[in-house]
Design a binder for this molecule. Structure first.
Ligand code: ZN
Length: 199
């Protein structure tokens, strides 16, 4: 299909019924206009936008719902898979942290990537002071580990949104209850984590 033919494809949004431009190469949603996607699935929409920003591409290979052979969709792959996995988890981490009320100056996302094992990732409320023998534990508001593969694929939009909302709610709870995330504190301590993988 040529560029001009693609540009002409119109589809009806399954929520509002309005017609939207569908582009096979860059549209993330098959049957949703952007307005509805953002309204119905705000977190998932924000993560996808973030990934597109980071990858510097309009490619829509969707990490959550598209079937892919590796741990990431082809459109997200550069020549360094570890960097790509960091990109994915950072996109998620920043979006859920911001949704939980921590603006970009108020949180850090630390990712320890793996393509064959679980990638673990941590959101801290403030940039961690790694010169301390042990990070300030109360600042760790989220810790999770998951295989990059298992984030996708073929999930429904509702499942994706629920998964992201779960992480957001964890952060909100951690902040509210000043709860310690013990595992994360220990991992950071053991790993003597460098900040190479965070920003
Ligand atoms: Zn719509």
């Amino acid at each position: 299909m040529s560029e001009s033919e693609r540009a002409l494809e119109k589809r009806a949004c399954r929520f509002c019924g309005k017609t939207f431009d569908f582009d096979e190469e860059s549209s993330i949603y098959q049957d949703l206009c952007c307005r509805c996607a953002e309204k119905k699935f705000p977190l998932a929409f924000a993560v996808r936008k973030r990934i597109q920003e980071y990858c510097g591409t309009s490619a829509a290979g969707d990490v959550f719902t598209e079937k892919h052979d590796g741990c990431l969709p082809d459109s997200m792959m550069s020549d360094d898979l570890m960097v790509d996995i960091i990109t994915l988890f950072k996109a998620i981490g920043h979006v859920v942290a911001e949704a939980a009320g921590l603006n970009e100056d108020q949180h850090t996302v630390i990712v320890e990537p793996s393509y064959e094992d679980s990638t673990w990732w941590i959101v801290t409320k403030n940039p961690p002071n790694i010169s301390l023998p042990e990070p300030a534990r109360s600042e760790i508001v989220l810790f999770d580990y998951v295989k990059a593969w298992h984030l996708g694929w073929n999930k429904s939009e509702d499942d994706v949104e629920e998964m992201l909302r779960g992480w957001k709610d964890e952060i909100v709870k951690s902040i509210r209850e000043a709860r310690l995330v013990e595992d994360a504190a220990q991992i950071l301590k053991d790993a003597k984590i460098s900040l190479l993988s965070s920003s």
